[in-house]
Write a protein that binds this ligand. Structure first.
Ligand SMILES: Cc1cc2nc3c(=O)[nH]c(=O)nc-3n(C[C@H](O)[C@H](O)[C@H](O)COP(=O)(O)OP(=O)(O)OC[C@H]3O[C@@H](n4cnc5c(N)ncnc54)[C@H](O)[C@@H]3O)c2cc1C
Length: 429
C-alpha cells in the first residue's frame, strides 16, 4: 500500500489530510500518517486569541489522534529532524513531558510520498535579544506560555504588586501584531468585568513597524489607514518607519537611538521557514522555504511535496506566493489532488496552482474589522464593520466545516457558540 506521510497538521495540512484521508485512507488505497510536534490543532490565525485567553483550547482544539481515527490517517507526535531521501525515510525527534523527561524516543518513518507543511517561525533577522526577551506566536505552546505571562502581569497589577502602566511592545505591523494589540485592550475590558482591579489606562501598547504602513498586505490605502486610526483610538501608539536594533529585558532600542520600555514584548516582524528544512538535502531559498514547482512538487525530489508558509512557489509573473492562510489552504488541497492522481496513474500531468487572491481581513477584537474581498477582481470589494466581521468569522467557520464535514462541523460551531453564551468568555487558567 502507498505510504503518504504529511508533516504539519496546520491550516493547510488539516484540510489536505481530511481530503486524502477520505479518498485514500478510508478506502484502504493508501496508509496516511500525520507527523506534528503538537498533539492538537488550533487554527493559527487565532493564536493571538489563545495568547490572551479569549479562545479556549478546550473548545477549539482538534485532537489529531481522534480526528485521524475518524478520517483515515494515523498520528505520530514529534518534530521532523532529518531526512534520508534515497531511503525515503524521515527522522522524527524525541518528545518530552513538561518536566523534560523523554516520552517517545527519536524514530524513523518510511514513506512513498512525503508532504511537508510545517509553517513558518518568527524571523529575528539576527537582531540581538529577540530570542531571549520576546515572545512569538509560532506554535500553540508559545501562545499558551504567553497567556500565562500576560495573566500573571495583569493579576499583579490588579493586586497592587505592580504599579504604573503595563507596557507592551509589539514588533511587526502585520496581522499578528495588529490583532494582538487590539486583543490586549479587549482582554483588559474582560478582566475588569471579572472584578480585576485594572484602570482603563493600564495598558500602554506600542506597535512598531519597520515599513511605512501597518497591514501592508491590505491592498487599499484607506483600509490600511482605517486600521492605524482604529488602533490609535484604542490608545495604541503606532510607530512606522521604525527599525528595532536590539531587544533587552527592559525594552527595545530603535535605529534612531530611542529606547521603548516594555514589560512584555511580542516579536511578529516577519517569518521564515523552520531551520531544519535547510538541512534535509532539498533545494531551499534564503528563508529556508522548500523550493517547489507550481504543482507543489519539490524541485529536488518528485516524491516530496510542500505547501504553505514553508514553501516557495513560483507564479507565472515571476513572483512567489505570499505566506498566508489562503495560499496554504489552496496549495494543500491541490497537493492532495496531485497525490490522488499519482495514486491512480503512474504517468500523469499534475495540476498546477495559480494564486487567486480571495481577499484579506484584519480583526481588531470586538472593536472593528476591515478587509477586502475578491481582490483578484478589479481591486475587489472593501468592507468594514459588521459585514467585514461576518466574513472574517466565516473563514474560521469554513475551516471547521472542512475539517469535520457539514453536519458535525455545523453542530460543533453551534455548540461552540452556545458554550460562549454560558461559559466564561475568558480562559484564566
Ligand atoms: C496571530 C496570527 C494571525 C494571522 N492572521 C492571518 C490572516 O488574517 N490572514 C492570513 O492569510 N494569514 C494569517 N496568519 C498566517 C497564517 O496563520 C499562516 O499563513 C497559515 O497558518 C500557514 O498555514 P500552514 O499550513 O503553512 O502552517 P501552519 O498553520 O503554521 O501549520 C504548521 C504545522 O506544522 C507543525 N510543525 C511546525 N514545525 C514542525 C516540525 N519541525 N515538525 C513537525 N511539525 C511541525 C505545527 O505544529 C503546525 O501544526 C496569521 C498568523 C498568526 C500567528
Amino acid at each position: 500500500m502507498t505510504r503518504i506521510v504529511v508533516v504539519g497538521g496546520g491550516a493547510g495540512g488539516m484540510e489536505l489530510l481530511k481530503k486524502l484521508g477520505k479518498r485514500l485512507g478510508k478506502t484502504g488505497k493508501a496508509e496516511i500518517t500525520l507527523v506534528d510536534v503538537s498533539d492538537f490543532h488550533i487554527w493559527k490565525p487565532l493564536l493571538h486569541e489563545l495568547a490572551t485567553g479569549s479562545l479556549d483550547e478546550g473548545l477549539n482544539a482538534v485532537d489529531y489522534r481522534s480526528h485521524g481515527a475518524k478520517n483515515g490517517y494515523r498520528f505520530e507526535q514529534g518534530p521532523l529532524v532529518g531526512l534520508d531521501k534515497d531511503q525515503k525515510q524521515l527522522r522524527i525527534g524525541a518528545t518530552f513531558d513538561e518536566q523534560g523527561n523523554e516520552v517517545l524516543p527519536e524514530r524513523s518513518l518510511n514513506y512513498d510520498y512525503l508532504v511537508i507543511g510545517v509553517g513558518a517561525v518568527t524571523n529575528d533577522f539576527g537582531i540581538p535579544g529577540v530570542q531571549q526577551h520576546s515572545h512569538s506566536l509560532d506554535l500553540t505552546s508559545e501562545a499558551m506560555t504567553m497567556r500565562k505571562r500576560i495573566h500573571k502581569l495583569m493579576l499583579q497589577h490588579s493586586q497592587g504588586l505592580r504599579h504604573g502602566k503595563l507596557k507592551m511592545a509589539i514588533v511587526g505591523g502585520g496581522a499578528t501584531g495588529v490583532e494582538m494589540a487590539a486583543e490586549m485592550h479587549h482582554l483588559t475590558e474582560m478582566m475588569q468585568s471579572y472584578g480585576f482591579d485594572l484602570g482603563d489606562d493600564l495598558l500602554e501598547v506600542t506597535l512598531i513597524e519597520a515599513g511605512p504602513t501597518v497591514m501592508p498586505g491590505l491592498p487599499k490605502a484607506h483600509l490600511r489607514a482605517a486600521v492605524a486610526e482604529n488602533l490609535e483610538l484604542l490608545g495604541v501608539t503606532v510607530l512606522t518607519d521604525t527599525r528595532v536594533t536590539e531587544v533587552t529585558q527592559a525594552g527595545l532600542m530603535t535605529a534612531s537611538g530611542e529606547f521603548i520600555q516594555s514589560d512584555l514584548t511580542l516579536w511578529a516582524a516577519g517569518v521564515k521557514a523552520p531551520e531544519v528544512l535547510s538541512t534535509l538535502g532539498l533545494h531551499t531559498n534564503a528563508q529556508n522555504q522548500l523550493s517547489v514547482s507550481d504543482s507543489g512538487q519539490s524541485l529536488t525530489d518528485p516524491a516530496i511535496f510542500a505547501f504553505g508558509d514553508c514553501a516557495s512557489v513560483p507564479q507565472p509573473d515571476g513572483s512567489f506566493l505570499p505566506a498566508r492562510g489562503q495560499t496554504a489552504r489552496q496549495l494543500a488541497l491541490l497537493v492532495a489532488d496531485n497525490l490522488m492522481l499519482l495514486q491512480e496513474y503512474s504517468d500523469v500531468e499534475l495540476k498546477r496552482y495559480v494564486y487567486k487572491d480571495l481577499g484579506s481581513f484584519v480583526n481588531l477584537a470586538r472593536f472593528h474589522t476591515v478587509g477586502n474581498m475578491f481582490s483578484f477582481m478589479k481591486g475587489g470589494l472593501a468592507l468594514a464593520g459588521c459585514p467585514a466581521r461576518f466574513v472574517y468569522a466565516s473563514l474560521y467557520r469554513r475551516h471547521m466545516l472542512a475539517l469535520h464535514g457539514p453536519i458535525k462541523g455545523g453542530l460543533l460551531l453551534v455548540l461552540n457558540g452556545m458554550q460562549r453564551l454560558f461559559r466564561p468568555q475568558l480562559k484564566l487558567w
